[in-house]
Ligand binder design. Structure first.
Ligand SMILES: [Zn+2]
Length: 332
């Protein structure tokens, strides 16, 4: 009798209307019903099922995946429509994500996890994606584009007062296209491209590229990391010497576009802060491409090690996008 009274009290509080109690009769679940939710845990790099992973979803008892990575849990009604789900597995990075609560049972919830083995390197991923090299005590969230970035290139060369030569413009834009494709694993490519000598105000969805000429200053480029609208500035001729005489060398273009796509400085590769790997080409290392493409398979706002934000609707990571100033001034 006492148990019944407690249950009835909960029902009344939940429904807010004592005349129409509509909850189910199960006294432990006054709102909604337990649902069967099932899915599969896979290795992000290989796509193979992960056996023996522990899946804890909402307030359900944790379950363990079978040989093909499949799992199923009976999940009590949650308090929100996105259910915190935690995956731990030997040999993999822990993962936190959210599974949508719907009106029906679910059968094909796909969740991938990052392996704790080469070619994945958590140390390198933290450098490239979380600013772990230059700011290891303040790891950043994933900041990434969710749609193909449009480009506006302001072609005015402030050194000459004239537009860039057509060949310079064409090469620069090709380098931008290559960089976007390489670092996102082909997930994104450059959207529409416009150019003109006039400055253009920022627009959501577009990366504005400007050419500066500040020979007395020490930077080669300044970019807002992962910002949308995006902004990249090149200091014309500042990196000419290490780029074989090219005032807008391909690797410099790639490096700044890497920042615009949400990436930070690394210890080795095109995104390294000093020195060039091979300035005449856009050629991100295999490790840069792999770890960049992984970040592009996570929502913006994903936190170290691999924790998704509860809301996936956020367009940008919280906290604004910081500018990064690239000196890259040493030459070989
Ligand atoms: Zn840089």
């Amino acid at each position: 009798m006492r148990r019944f009274i407690i249950a009835l009290t909960i029902m009344l509080a939940a429904c807010g209307d004592s005349s129409t109690p509509t909850g189910p009769s199960n006294p432990g679940q006054p709102q909604g019903q337990t649902r069967s939710i099932a899915g599969r845990i896979t290795d992000l790099l290989t796509g193979a099922g992960v056996q023996g992973a522990r899946v804890a979803i909402g307030s359900a008892a944790a379950v363990t995946t079978g040989g093909d990575g499949s799992w199923r849990a009976d999940v009590p009604p949650p308090s929100t429509d996105r259910i915190l789900t935690t995956i731990t597995a030997a040999g993999f990075q822990p993962r936190e994500t959210y599974v949508a609560w719907t009106n029906n049972d679910r059968q094909n919830v796909a969740i991938d996890v990052l392996p704790d083995r080469p070619p994945f390197s958590l140390a390198f991923y933290r450098e490239l994606v979380r600013d772990g090299l230059e700011s290891p005590s303040r790891l950043e969230p994933v900041r990434r584009w969710t749609a193909n970035p449009h480009i506006y290139l302001r072609t005015l060369n402030p050194k000459t007062g004239q537009p860039l030569a057509p060949a310079e413009t064409a090469a620069l834009l090709q380098n931008v296209r290559d960089a976007v494709s390489q670092l996102t694993g082909g997930l994104l490519s450059v959207g529409t491209v416009e150019s003109g000598v006039a400055a253009r105000p920022e627009r959501v969805g577009t990366i504005n590229i400007d050419i500066k000429y500040e020979p007395g200053d020490d930077y080669c480029g300044i970019t807002f990391v992962g910002a949308n609208p995006g902004s990249v500035s090149f200091n014309y001729e500042r990196c000419t010497t290490p780029c074989a005489g090219n005032p807008l060398g391909p690797e410099l273009i790639a490096h700044e576009i890497g920042h615009a796509l949400g990436f930070w400085h690394v210890s080795s590769g095109v995104m390294q802060a000093e020195d060039f790997v091979n300035c005449p080409t856009v050629n991100f290392t295999d490790s840069e491409r792999l770890h960049g493409s992984i970040a592009y398979r996570r929502p913006s706002g994903n936190l170290d090690i691999d924790r998704d934000p509860q809301s996936v609707s956020a367009l940008a990571a919280p906290g604004g996008s910081p500018a990064i100033r690239c000196r890259r001034s040493r030459s070989h």
